[in-house]
Design a binder for this molecule. Sequence first.
Ligand code: PMP
Length: 360
Amino acid sequence: ENIRSLATYVPGKPISELARESGLSAGEIVKLASNENPLGMSPMARRAMQEAVHGLSLYPDGNAQVLKEVVGRHHGVPDDCIVVGNGSNDVLELVARTFLSQGSSAVHSEHAFAVYPIAIRAAGARCIEVPSRNFGHDLAAMADAVAPDTRVVFIANPNNPTGSFLPGPMVEQFLARVERDVVVVLDEAYCQYLPSALAYDSVSWLERHPNLVITRTFSKIFGMAGLRVGYALCHPEVADLMNRVRQPFNVNSLAQAAACGALADEEFVARSAQINREGMKDLEEGLRRLGLRVLPSCANFLCFRAGCAEAINRALLKDGVIVRPLASYGMPEWLRVTIGLPSENERFLASLSAALKGHD
Ligand code: PMP
């Protein structure tokens, strides 16, 4: 019954599905639905992946040793502090499977990433959803909501789908308030998009907070969503527990190789952040020009209030533009659009403008 009561995660519509439904060719479709990198994948990651193709008859390194060493050097942590995952979703689920069971609970925010309640409830635990504050996490209320049976708290910073951001000192204060037997997951899937004035060093908190689990992904700024690789940084004892639960070959050989290449490609990351900053400005201005309410965002997407979002979304799809409706996030009047290349952003704004006029 518990599993039956779960709502299936519905991702952004794949291009192939819309092409089949609409008769449009894949090239005519613009997908700005899943916060992917419009530049694609880093050339260094691609080269590393191509070199790994010859070894595909063998199992991957089940311990992802080389990747862990590269990640460890990147963050200045030993490799026993790292847990790799098939995307960071896998890591989030690993946290739930390791620390939650029937009779325990986990805290998350309203309008936060949809995988948290799925992972919590699939592990048999109870969700404590805390009302959001200005579409972001209300950390004081989340700390108050921690119950005696709470074992995990999930925080996304920046948050998906709203793009809200919590300054580093606020998160650190939260960690100081929560008991050490509660694992605090700090999901930093979008942290590389933060302007340097807002960036904070969560890795340096690990020493003082052995209950902190930081999660990162290669799906966003590194442009590798299709390869599925992410990781957690945490205390070695926590990593050891999660590694006992983890499937041994959860990250495939191509993904391991590509991730090593991606971390080395600083130029690509900087260029991706720059394109995002410029595109964000253009899209935000464009949406405001259309008279829409837009939430301030620190990530690679924007949420805007479209009123009759379902009808607007249908009109966009008919025009070959895929964005993300947010009804399943408790925001039925809102849509989320990923920042694309300038041409994609223009195409989206023109299509949205026409859809809004058609709906007047
Ligand atoms: N955390 C957040 C906040 C996300 O938005 C996403 C992807 N939408 C993920 C984690 C998971 O990403 P992946 O599994 O591709 O690493």
